[in-house]
Write a new protein. Structure first.
Lengths: 332, 282
C-alpha cells in the first residue's frame, strides 16, 4: 500500500515539475509574444504602429501578464489544477484546452493503435526469432528489422509517403480526413480516417516493431537458458507449453518495463510523423503553436502530454504486479 | 594486427557500422575539395534544378546546391550529436559513479531524477527550452540544448553497470587494502567499463542527433545553418513532397539513414565486445 502511495507521489511530482518547467522556462527567454503578435498584425494591415504600447498594456492586463512573477506562478498552478490553460494567444478567443481536446483523440487513436500493434507483433516476432523450432524463413526477417529500427519514424514516413502516396497514389498524402468531408459518425467517414491514418501508422509500426522484436529476442535467449526450462524439457512437456507458459511469460516482463520507459520516445517520434503528414493531432498543433509563437498553447500541450504519459506509466507500473506475482506492492 | 582482423571477422556489425561512418567522413572530406561549400547558401545557384551532371543532388527552391548543403551540413549535424553525446556521457558517468559507488541519499536523488526524466518525452522538454531561448540558435547552442537531457540515459545505464561491478572480488580487495574511493573508481572500475562507456557514447550521439533533427524539423534549429535537419525543415516548409521535388528530400534522408545505421551497427558491435556473454546467443 505504501509503495502504491509512493508511486502516486512520484506522479504528483512529475505533474508539479512539468507545470513549473512550463511556467519558468519561457519566462526566462524575455520574449514578448503579445507585442510580436500585435506588430505582426499591424504590418499585415498596413497600419502605422502608433499606440501599440498602449495596446500591449491592455492585452497584458487581459492576459494577466502585468502581475508579479510569484502571483502569476501561483495562479498558473491553480489554473493547471483546474485544467484551465488560458486562452490561445494566436487564436484568441479560443482556449488552449479547447484546441488541445480537439486534437487529442487523433493522437491517442494513432499512438494507441500503433504502440499496441507494434508491441504485440514485435514481441511475438522476437519470441519466435529466438525459438529454435520456428520456421526457417524467420531468420531472414532479422536484418531488415534491425535496419528499420535504427531509422527515425518520420524519415521512413517520408519514404513511404513518396512511394505509396505520391508515386502510386494508393493512399492520401496529407491530413486526417479528406478536404470537404464532414466529420460524422458514418462508415464512409471512418474509412476515410483509416485511409488517412494508414501511412503515419505504418511508418511508426514498421520502425517500432523491430525494437520490440530485438528486445524480446534477447530476453527469450536468456530465459531459454534457465534451469526451469531445461527441467520442463526434461519432463517431456509439449513444446508449445514450454514456449508459451515457461519462456514467453517470463521473457515478456522486461518488455513491459521497457514499454513504460519507451512511451516518451514513441511520442516524441510520433509528433514529427504528424507534422510530416499534416495529421491533425497534438504534434501538428504543437508545430503550429511554435510557428505562431503561441506560448500558452505550447505550454498547454507539453503539460498535457507529460501528464498523460505520466499517467500511462503509472498505470503500467500498477498493473505490473498482476503480471508478475513475484513483485507485489503489499510486502515492501 | 592479425588478432584484430580475426576479431573483426567475427564482429561484422562493428565492421559494417564503422564502414558506413567512414564512408560518410570520406564523402565530407572529398566533398570539401570538389564542391564549393559557399553554394550551400541560399541564392547561389539556379533554384529547383533536378539532379544533373552540374548539380548531382539537384538544387532547392532557395537556390542552394544540395550537394554543397550535404557536404557542409553533414559535419554540422554530427558536430551537434558529438558535442551533446560527449557532454551527456561525461556528466552521466560522473553522476552514475557518485550514485552507484557511494549509494545513500546521493543515489536516491540521482536515480530519482534520471528515472522521472526518462519517462518524460524528451523532445517536448527540449522544445520548451529551445522556444525559451531568445532569437535563433547557433549550432553549438543547439548542441547544448540537446545535451541538457542527454545525460539521463547514460546515468541510468552506467549506474546499473557500476552497481554490478562494485560487488566483484577485485573491488572488494582494493577496498580492503585501503584504496580510496576515487582511486578505486579511476583505477579499478573505469578500465573495466571502457568498452561499455564507448557503446553508451555512440548510443548517446545517435539519440542526440535524433533529438536535434527533431527540433530542426519543427523549426527550432539554427535557421541559417545548412544542417541535415534544417534541410528537412525547408523540405516540409516548401511542401517539396507534394510538388514533386523528390531530390530535395532524398539527399538528406539517405545521409541521415546512413548516419543512424552506421551508429546503430557500431553500438551493436561495441555491445558485443563489451558483453562477451551476448556472443554465445548471437
Amino acid at each position: 500500500m505504501l509503495a502504491i502511495l509512493k508511486r502516486c507521489g512520484v506522479f504528483v511530482v512529475i505533474v508539479w515539475l512539468a507545470a513549473s518547467l512550463n511556467f519558468f522556462l519561457p519566462k526566462l527567454s524575455g520574449q514578448d509574444p503579445v507585442r510580436t503578435k500585435l506588430l505582426q498584425q499591424a504590418q499585415l494591415g498596413g497600419y502605422v504602429q502608433q499606440g501599440i504600447d498602449e495596446m500591449v498594456k491592455i492585452y497584458e492586463v487581459r492576459f494577466g501578464l502585468d502581475r508579479p512573477l510569484w502571483q502569476q506562478y501561483l495562479s498558473y498552478l491553480g489554473d493547471v489544477v483546474r485544467g484551465d490553460f488560458n486562452f490561445s494567444i494566436a487564436n484568441y478567443p479560443r482556449t488552449v484546452w479547447d484546441m488541445i481536446s480537439e486534437s487529442i483523440p487523433w493522437t491517442v487513436g494513432l499512438l494507441g493503435m500503433t504502440t499496441l500493434l507494434s508491441f504485440v507483433i514485435g514481441t511475438i516476432l522476437g519470441a519466435l526469432l529466438a525459438w529454435p523450432r520456428a520456421p526457417r524463413w524467420m531468420a531472414w526477417l532479422m536484418p531488415p528489422l534491425w535496419a528499420l529500427h535504427a531509422i527515425p519514424f518520420f524519415l521512413l514516413g517520408l519514404i513511404l509517403m513518396y512511394l505509396l502516396a505520391f508515386q502510386v497514389q494508393w493512399l492520401p498524402i496529407f491530413g486526417g480526413y479528406s478536404m470537404g468531408a464532414v466529420p460524422s459518425l458514418s462508415i464512409a467517414f471512418a474509412l476515410d480516417i483509416i485511409r488517412h491514418a494508414t501511412l503515419p501508422a505504418l511508418s511508426i509500426i514498421l520502425v517500432a516493431t523491430g525494437g520490440w522484436a530485438l528486445g524480446m529476442r534477447g530476453m527469450m535467449v536468456t530465459t531459454m537458458g534457465e534451469d526451469y526450462v531445461v527441467f520442463a524439457e526434461g519432463k517431456g512437456l509439449k513444446s508449445l507449453t514450454i514456449f508459451s507458459r515457461y519462456c514467453l511469460r517470463n521473457a515478456i516482463l522486461p518488455q513491459i518495463t521497457a514499454l513504460a520507459l519507451a512511451l516518451g520516445q514513441i511520442l516524441s517520434g510520433a509528433v514529427l510523423v504528424e507534422v510530416i503528414f499534416g495529421y491533425p493531432g497534438i504534434g501538428t498543433l504543437l508545430f503550429q503553436a511554435i510557428r505562431e509563437n503561441d506560448h500558452f498553447l505550447i505550454q498547454g500541450i507539453v503539460f498535457t502530454v507529460i501528464v498523460s504519459l505520466g499517467l500511462a506509466t503509472l498505470i503500467l507500473d500498477l498493473v505490473y504486479p498482476l503480471l508478475d506475482p513475484r513483485i507485489t506492492y503489499r510486502r515492501t | 594486427m592479425n588478432g584484430l582482423l580475426r576479431y573483426l571477422r567475427r564482429n561484422l556489425s562493428l565492421v559494417v557500422g564503422s564502414g558506413l561512418l567512414l564512408f560518410l567522413v570520406a564523402f565530407v572530406v572529398i566533398g570539401h575539395f570538389v564542391v564549393d561549400v559557399e553554394d550551400a547558401r541560399a541564392l547561389s545557384v539556379r533554384p529547383l534544378q533536378p539532379p544533373s551532371w552540374r548539380y548531382p543532388f539537384g538544387t532547392d527552391r532557395q537556390g542552394r546546391d544540395l550537394l554543397a548543403v550535404m557536404v557542409a551540413g553533414t559535419p554540422l549535424t554530427l558536430q551537434i550529436g558529438f558535442i551533446a553525446g560527449i557532454l551527456g556521457v561525461a556528466i552521466g558517468t560522473v553522476l552514475a559513479f557518485v550514485a552507484a559507488y557511494y549509494r545513500g541519499w546521493a543515489d536516491t536523488i540521482i536515480r530519482g531524477i534520471a528515472d522521472i526524466g526518462l519517462t518524460v518525452p524528451g523532445l517536448l522538454v527540449l522544445i520548451i527550452i529551445a522556444v525559451g531561448i531568445r532569437g535563433g540558435l547557433s549550432v553549438n547552442q543547439m548542441a547544448l540544448v540537446v545535451a541538457s537531457l542527454a545525460w539521463l540515459n547514460p546515468t541510468r545505464t552506467i549506474r546499473a553497470q557500476v552497481l554490478s561491478l562494485r560487488e566483484r572480488g577485485y573491488v572488494e580487495i582494493a577496498r580492503m587494502s585501503g584504496m580510496s574511493g576515487p582511486a578505486i573508481i579511476v583505477l579499478e572500475l573505469m578500465p573495466n567499463l571502457l568498452p561499455y562507456l564507448a557503446a553508451t557514447l555512440v548510443n548517446a550521439v545517435s539519440s542526440a542527433i535524433l533529438a536535434s533533427i527533431g527540433l530542426e524539423v519543427l523549426g527550432l534549429g539554427p535557421i541559417d545553418a545548412p544542417t541535415l535537419g534544417m534541410t528537412l525543415y525547408w523540405v516540409n516548409f516548401n511542401a517539396a513532397m507534394i510538388n514533386g521535388w523528390w531530390w530535395w528530400w532524398l539527399a538528406p534522408t539517405v545521409i541521415i539513414v546512413l548516419v543512424f545505421l552506421g551508429l546503430f551497427f557500431v553500438t551493436v558491435g561495441l555491445d558485443e565486445y563489451a558483453n562477451p556473454r551476448l556472443r554465445r546467443s548471437a
